[in-house]
Design a protein. Structure first.
Length: 141
């Protein structure tokens, strides 16, 4: 079976490195499925979940990314995340609190800049919470 090497890194360090049969990432214009020998591509990521199907089989691995960049080469995928963590490391209480703070900031926004910042924060918090909800259904790294 063909495989593709996956690296997920953030400012905090490397989160994951390994071979995969398939990778799914939250690109700005929609989710991208990446298989071995994918055409080269550079794009930006939105906050969401990166899912990795390990080459050796087994359970799909989940990772939260808070945005960033994606580079695809035929034999390598590199996720350069603004922030990233293993889905199993997400703190449910902190994710819920962040979502509530973002919703409150959205209600209290006084100008377009505050509104845009609150919307972006709400999108990140919602994506993190969604990754956590999905985690309850599948194992993680």
């Amino acid at each position: 079976m063909a495989t593709i090497h996956v690296d997920i890194v953030s400012a905090e360090g490397q989160i994951y490195s390994g071979k995969a049969a398939m990778v799914f990432v939250p690109a700005v214009q929609g989710e991208i499925g990446i298989a071995p020998r994918h055409a080269p591509l550079l794009t930006t990521l939105k906050a969401g979940e990166v899912r990795v199907q390990p080459a050796e089989g087994g359970d799909e691995l989940g990772f939260y990314v808070g945005g960033g960049a994606l580079e695809i080469q035929p034999q390598r995928v590199t996720v350069l995340a603004d922030t990233a963590m293993r889905a199993k490391d997400i703190d449910e209480a902190a994710a819920q609190a962040a979502k509530q703070r973002a919703e409150e900031a959205l209600k209290n926004a006084k100008d377009q800049i505050e509104l845009a910042e609150a919307q972006a924060e709400l999108a990140r918090a919602a994506a993190q919470f969604k990754a956590l909800q999905r985690l309850r259904k599948t194992p993680t790294a």
